[in-house]
Design a binder for this molecule. Structure first.
Ligand code: R5P
Length: 319
């Protein structure tokens, strides 16, 4: 029997990025969301007011850095500033989707490292600890000089396919690029499946092309796994390449449903059988759209918050 959090020195707040997830996390923890106003002044600047006492409390701010990215980032920073100035004992930023993570290194001259800048902003605002899921680049953890728990959605995604009985040698797990191989290998091991890797190139930002598929996909059910779906190009091109090589059917899964531009209709009109994603980013009405299945990360984040509050190990959540 778990110790209750009711009447403990804990408060959970959220910005506007993902209210549904924040409420689901609070439900998991058996407490209510902290009262705060996060809106805008008439000049478009973000206005925050914490409406309950947080002095000496363990506080958590749930906010994805998702679209509108800059507003959501500023909301996070300003809520943290408000908590810090209200004498919260400790502030943990719970960032289900960590935006700006694609710009984590310089690939050509005169580029910024925006992920490092965002890490600096979060730390400077007064955050003591970060909890996030599937950082696009694991190195971002090291951009912080405070503890960062980078959790994985892979157990949630693989459990879904196991339940569907898509588990055996007739399944091939596909990494849509070289950067995702470790994740795909771990996923394939869980499903007792084989592994294929796609090598892709980006002739320009947001445009992807398949160069080569390594591994046997013929007559197999393929499951593509990625960390995020943005324009949907990576996914749809991977699907086409695998089907051209004789795969029977293609499923896909990803942690972060960014779904930029026309990606939802691109995927809907493709031959991909099902796309499984999580709720790190709130997408209106997705549950009602056939082909998309949304799994919740609320229990994972709720458990991480619970364990952080009681100073219990979170290592279990990484296995
Ligand atoms: C690439 O490094 C990522 O893992 C994803 O494959 C990529 O961000 C997906 O982007 P899009 O959906 O725009 O192709």
């Amino acid at each position: 029997m778990k110790e209750s959090l009711i009447n403990k020195d804990i408060k959970i707040f959220t910005g506007n990025s993902n209210l549904v997830l924040a409420k689901a996390i609070c439900k998991y923890l058996g407490i209510t969301l902290g009262k705060a106003i996060t809106s805008k002044f008439s000049n478009e600047e973000i206005q925050v007011k914490i409406e309950e006492n947080v002095r000496g409390m363990e506080t958590f701010v749930i906010q994805s850095i998702s679209s509108p990215v800059n507003d959501n980032l500023m909301e996070l920073l300003i809520i943290v500033d408000a908590l810090s100035r209200s004498s919260a004992r400790r502030i943990t930023a719970v960032i289900p989707y960590f935006g700006y993570a694609k710009q984590e290194k310089k690939t050509i001259g005169r580029e910024p490292i925006s992920a490092k800048l965002v890490a600096n902003l979060i730390t400077t605002a007064g955050v003591d600890r970060v909890i996030t899921i599937d950082l696009h680049a694991a190195a971002i953890q090291g951009f912080f000089d405070i503890p960062v728990d980078n959790l994985y959605a892979l157990p949630i995604l693989s459990a879904y396919f196991m339940k569907k009985k898509l588990v055996n040698s007739k399944i091939v797990v596909v990494s849509p690029d070289a950067g995702g191989v470790a994740r795909a290998r771990s996923f394939a091991e869980r499903l007792n499946a084989s592994l294929a890797i796609i090598f892709k190139r980006r002739p320009q930002p947001d445009v992807s092309e398949v160069i080569e598929v390594v591994g046997e996909v013929k007559n197999k059910t393929a499951i593509i796994i990625d960390d995020m779906i943005s324009t949907g190009g990576t996914l749809v091109h991977a699907n086409n390449a695998i089907l051209n090589l004789g795969a029977k059917e293609v499923y896909a899964c990803a942690t972060h449903p960014i779904f930029a531009g026309e990606s939802i209709s691109l995927i809907k009109n493709s031959s991909i059988k099902e796309v499984v994603i999580t709720d790190t980013i709130q997408i209106a009405d997705l549950k009602s759209k056939p082909k998309f299945t949304v799994l919740s990360v609320a229990p994972l984040l709720g458990e991480a918050i619970y364990r952080n509050f009681f100073n219990l190990s979170v290592s279990k959540l990484f296995s």
